[in-house]
Design a protein around this ligand. Structure first.
Ligand SMILES: [Zn+2]
Length: 334
């Protein structure tokens, strides 16, 4: 039987199968033998099929292999990206676990960039060549560093959810972190819990106040900001219209991204994705307009009216979607 190499980092990129999933796979292999896609390898290392490989070896079942060709310049980053794109969608994982997979990927990119920086610094130490290298020691690599938006897409969640996840994971509430990762507590609930506990000291009045008593990342509490604003006639510059539209487009894009190949569709996953996306949208808008950034307080009548028409448009689109669902049910009843 062919022996394949295992890289722990690649093996552990996605969470292990549940006992139940593993049992199902084992039963199917014993009953039907090896079926379906080959076990993929890259330079001899398994990149898809760790579980099937382990079970085939255990029961001495023949399996197929195929080499993954990502081109000569491919690195482990490309391999991980391929793994996430092909494997994350077919696993029915809760959002927190999907984000944690993408988070491992992001850390790997950072680690690689850091290594490359050290390498090139060592390489050029004592050399007169200084300027250019230090400013861009890893130009090629940094081009590849994925934006939060791209990472969010990979995980199949909104960027807001990633931000909330990070806030929770950066907290010192170990118990809560564990519960989020095991899907016992939803990301939004955990985030609210963390936020309620956070305080900040106001730079003006010196009082320790809850985070909700500040605008966004301000160091001056709302009360002091208001007092300050009353003294000041200058109206702060409005966020440009095009950025606002970009933001709304982001939300649409998140809503519209069909991440998974059609044949991998899992209806429970779709439902939790829908739920997560809608909840995320509502809490992002609430945070931005009212609760956290309180943008609405800096908007004039004209802009509030425009925001209102954006919502009118949005609501009518939502009604259209609901109509489609209703029609689908009617067809089903006939
Ligand atoms: Zn204050």
């Amino acid at each position: 039987m062919r022996e394949l190499k295992i890289d722990p980092e690649l093996r552990d990129l996605l969470p292990p199968l549940s006992d139940e999933e593993k049992k199902k796979l084992e039963d199917s292999l014993l009953k039907l033998g090896y079926k379906g896609a080959p076990i993929y390898t890259w330079h001899g290392y398994i990149v898809d099929g760790h579980n099937r490989y382990e079970l085939c070896r255990k029961h001495n079942i023949d399996f197929l292999t195929d080499d993954l060709d990502l081109g000569d310049n491919a690195t482990i980053i490309d391999v991980m990206e391929w793994m996430i794109n092909t494997q994350l969608g077919r696993r029915n994982l809760p959002p927190a676990q999907r984000i944690s997979v993408v988070d491992k990927f992001k850390r790997k990119i950072q680690e690689q960039a850091e290594n490359k920086k050290i390498e090139s610094n060592q390489l050029f130490r004592g050399n007169r060549y200084t300027g250019k290298l230090e400013s861009s020691p890893n130009g090629e690599q940094s081009k590849k560093i994925h934006t939060d938006k791209e990472l969010a897409k990979m995980a199949g969640v909104g960027t807001g959810t990633i931000a909330r996840y990070n806030r929770v994971m950066n907290s010192d509430d170990e118990e809560l972190k564990k519960k989020v990762l095991s899907d016992e507590v939803k990301i939004n609930t955990a985030y609210e819990e963390i936020r309620k506990k956070e305080t900040r000291i106001c730079k003006v009045c010196g009082k320790e106040k809850k985070i909700i008593d500040f605008f966004g990342n301000d160091n001056i509490c709302k009360e002091c900001t208001r007092k300050e604003a009353e003294k000041n006639v200058n109206i702060p510059k409005m966020q440009s219209k095009s950025t606002q539209i970009e933001d709304i487009k982001d939300v649409y894009e998140d809503v519209l991204t069909a991440k998974n190949a059609k044949d991998q569709i899992n209806q429970d996953y779709e439902l939790s994705w829908l739920n997560e996306t809608c909840t995320d949208f509502i809490s992002q808008v609430n945070d931005r307009l009212f609760d956290l950034l309180c943008a609405v307080e800096k908007m004039d009548r004209e802009h509030i009216e425009e925001a209102n028409s954006v919502f009118e448009n949005f609501i009518s689109n939502v009604f259209d979607i609901q109509e489609k669902l209703n029609n689908k049910m009617k067809v089903e009843e006939m």
